[in-house]
Design a protein around this ligand. Sequence first.
Ligand code: URA
Length: 263
Amino acid sequence: MYPDEIKKELASIISMVKVKIEIEKGFGIDTVTFTNTKVSDAIHQISPNSFTEIKSTETPVVAKSIGIQAFMNTKETKIKLLEELRHEMLVCHKCPLSKTRTNLVFGVGNSMADLMFIGEAPGRDEDLQGEPFVGRAGQLLTKIIEAIDMKRSDVYIANVLKCRPPGNRNPLPEEIIICIPYLIKQIEIIQPKVLCALGAFAAQALLNTKAPVGTLRGRFHDYKGVPMMVTFHPAYLLRNPNDKAKVWDDMKKVRDFLKNEFT
Ligand code: URA
């Protein structure tokens, strides 16, 4: 690794540590201790060359009750951190997609979302509007969200890739490796209670597997302690409407999981 790259990685580590401290403060936690965090481990955590799990580097923290003020701080903090990340991505030229895109498609929705959807990559409409899932597949995703009694504005939606692959081709493995650290940071900031991977690319990238979506879907997987449902991508459903019932089954499990969290 070149010195400039090491500097960037270190800056990124420092910003991640700040993220954790700010979020934990926001939840009314006043003691955060970091132990034996080796820089090599920390670099490994955010290295785009790996899909391996981020290990916790903190000792347990003492949680206090969550007051309204803490809630406000947390929301504000998350919005601020997401905005900082978006700015970082606006100047990202780690892969050639940044040259061919019209807009960065960072992500959209509620920074306090309990449910976060992960798609594949922006298509033409998303590239033009700078927002994920706004085309035909997006309209279907909105209906899927509404079917479980939620609004699009309740959830957070992001993609594995933030820039459109030309001609809507599939993401290349190297593009996923380069871009996924940004998605990982988004998940860390939002801290959803449940994730929903839409299609093979999101599921395989986050679970570090090559298993087909047909065998992964329908059950919760563990993504760093967060339950992650895998289901078919809405674009696939547009081509294979007979599989809508399977997605409905998957989404009912998500709905029931969230219902149980709050009862
Ligand atoms: N398909 C995706 O995976 N993401 C989008 O944002 C749009 C279509």
